[in-house]
Design a protein around this ligand. Structure first.
Ligand SMILES: [Ca+2]
Ligand SMILES: [Ca+2]
Ligand SMILES: [Ca+2]
Length: 578
């Protein structure tokens, strides 16, 4: 290696891997030249080659050879990483930054190795990827190095991370590491709490803080007041009826409600796996509800319990249940204060509106529901000839406006009323007639009822509250069926149970409970009474309901069961109520 003037170059800067060689004809030979700059300068020399080349001018060649001396220069933002307290089994990371200077002659920095002094299973390099070494930091750039600490013991840790580099002034960079493995805090189970919506407000419900529920009726329950000692989110909710020590669900005998009957019986909850559910109490008595919640680690709570007292909100509340599946028993309440029946049966059973049952669930007893009077006295119409008038409404429904006394009209008839629907009315002599007039004419110059209840009438509320209501017709076993009257009119009422269909199963035992004036326990329990087969009936009791405030209702248990011989239906039947 020589300079321009053929003087020898400083030794050690450039080196060839050989000083002589033979090159065979047509076979090039490589020469490897290394460059080891000693300073941050540009080196410009020549490689002089002497040979026995045929051409004299080529026997001495001078090949220019240059190189620039450069230097990496490492700096770091810290030489100590403190990981602090870390739960054993958990990972904490810390970063530090290595920078390579950007001045004149700045060269790339290579890191050839990352080495931990000890605890190699605890400390590791998360980034950069050190599977491919060296890691190179270009001049003027920096690199973030992330170190992980994952203790597996409860103790103090200390180690040194050594980086081997090509910075001649910093061949080994040492980073001190420390941290402490601490015990993982124990995950505590969540604490379930049940709140119930009472008059719009959420109130806590427990075994010692029961909530009242007018039955049949719904109660909204929330599990959102549950807590977790670790502040874990609550992610799972399971509502059930609680069970007693004999594994029997705690609810009144005969309670058999299903929100979603396809899911099975006794699904008293709607959305039993949601934070907010609805509980349905079907009969009077004590229920106990259970809630289990899960935290985000799926750790389960102990159950919370909520006692619910189902009470009868109505002055008269009658409940029927029985003990066979698939069978259909029907509860009847007969208003014996009706003054006549047509067709006359022995006591009015199956003659509506005197009989409240599945065929007539909500008749108008006591004070008649007031209807709007839509015409004045001068609009009186004359009696029409029954034979000449259509009995269909615009949709072809027959007798849609069937209206024995003008007080049980089908409201859907109203739009067609007076067009082509027909109303049945009575004259003063008690004879029925049909009319297409919007007002059902009744005698003389009086204009009478239309099909539209007058909810603004001051008597409307009382007229509704003295009507009986059958809640459901259970047709596949067990009941319950309830008939309620919020505020009965004075008069005599009879309770009858009718075995509509034994479904081939045979006899069925029936029970009737009677609650009067909303007391939260059965006032009277009748039964079990055995009904042997379809079409049999059981006269349960009669109730003499007094005038308001005059005395207590009198309940008389019927002595003789009786058996219906035929089934009659409530089609076109009439009876007049007092
Ligand atoms: Ca927890
Ligand atoms: Ca039934
Ligand atoms: Ca009424």
């Amino acid at each position: 290696f020589v300079d321009e003037k053929d003087a020898a170059a400083p030794s050690g800067i450039f080196k060839a891997d050989r000083t002589t060689l033979k090159v065979k004809s047509g076979k090039p030979e490589p020469v490897i030249i290394s460059f080891t700059p000693a300073d941050i300068i540009v080196y410009k020399y020549y490689l002089k080659i002497k040979s026995n080349a045929l051409t004299a001018s080529k026997r001495e060649l001078k090949i220019p050879i240059t190189g620039e001396g450069m230097l990496p220069k490492l700096s770091t933002d810290t030489t100590e990483l403190d990981f602090g307290n870390v739960w054993i089994g958990y990972t904490q990371t810390r970063d530090f930054i290595i920078s390579n200077w950007s001045g004149t002659g700045a060269g790339p920095l290579s890191i050839y190795d990352f080495k931990f002094s000890n605890d190699l299973d605890t400390f590791s390099i998360t980034q950069p990827d050190i599977r491919n070494l060296p890691v190179v930091v270009k001049a003027g750039e920096s690199l973030t190095i992330t170190v992980s600490f994952k203790p597996n013991q409860i103790r103090d840790y200390a180690a040194i991370l050594s980086l081997s580099t090509d910075d001649p002034e910093n061949r080994t960079l040492k980073i001190n590491l420390k941290g402490k493995g601490i015990e993982l805090p124990k995950n505590e189970p969540p604490i379930a709490k049940i709140y119930a919506r009472v008059k719009g407000d959420w109130v806590e419900c427990s075994e010692t803080q029961p909530v009242d529920l007018a039955v049949p009726g719904e109660l909204e329950l929330s599990g959102n007041f549950s807590t977790d000692p670790n502040d874990d989110p609550i992610i799972g909710f399971q509502w059930n009826i609680a069970k007693d020590e004999n594994n029997k669900e705690i609810m009144p005998e005969g309670s058999d409600y299903c929100f979603d009957c396809a899911m099975g019986r006794n699904t008293h909850f709607k959305d039993s796996r949601k934070d907010i559910t609805k509980f349905f109490g079907d009969i009077v008595g004590d229920y106990k509800v259970k809630l289990i919640v899960k935290d985000a680690t799926t750790l389960e709570s102990n159950p919370a319990f909520c006692a619910i007292k189902g009470y009868a909100a109505q002055a008269l509340h009658i409940e029927l249940r029985w003990n066979t599946p698939l069978t259909d028993l029907d509860l009847h309440l007969i208003n014996q204060s009706a003054i006549s029946y047509n067709p006359p049966t022995s006591d009015g059973t199956f003659t509506c509106p005197c009989d409240c049952y599945t065929g007539n669930r909500n008749p108008d007893w006591g004070t008649p529901i007031p209807y709007k009077n839509i015409c004045g006295s001068s609009d009186a119409v004359s009696i029409e000839d029954v034979d000449e008038i259509s009995t269909q409404d615009a949709e072809g429904d027959e007798n849609c406006c069937h209206n024995p006394l003008g007080n049980t009209c089908d409201p859907e008839c109203i739009p067609n009323y007076g067009v082509d629907a027909v109303c049945i009315a009575y004259n003063d002599a008690g004879e029925s007639y049909m009319t297409t007039d919007p007002s059902c004419y009744k005698g003389g110059n009086k204009c009478v009822l239309t099909c539209e209840a007058d909810t603004s009438d001051p008597n409307y509320k009382a007229a509704i509250e003295d009507n009986p209501t059958l809640d459901i017709d259970d047709v596949e076993g067990f009941g319950p069926e309830n008939i309620n009257i919020i505020n009965p009119a004075s008069g005599n009422y009879k309770i009858t149970v009718y075995y509509f269909s034994d479904a081939g199963i045979g006899s069925s035992d029936a029970w009737v409970k009677l609650y009067i004036n909303g007391i939260n326990k059965p006032e009277w329990t009748f039964g079990p009474f055995t009904l042997n087969k379809s079409k049999q009936a059981w006269d349960v009791a009669t109730i003499q309901w007094p005038k308001k405030g005059s005395s207590d209702p009198v309940v008389v248990q019927a002595l003789q069961p009786w058996t219906l011989k035929t089934i009659s239906r409530c089609i076109g039947c009439t009876c007049q109520l007092r």
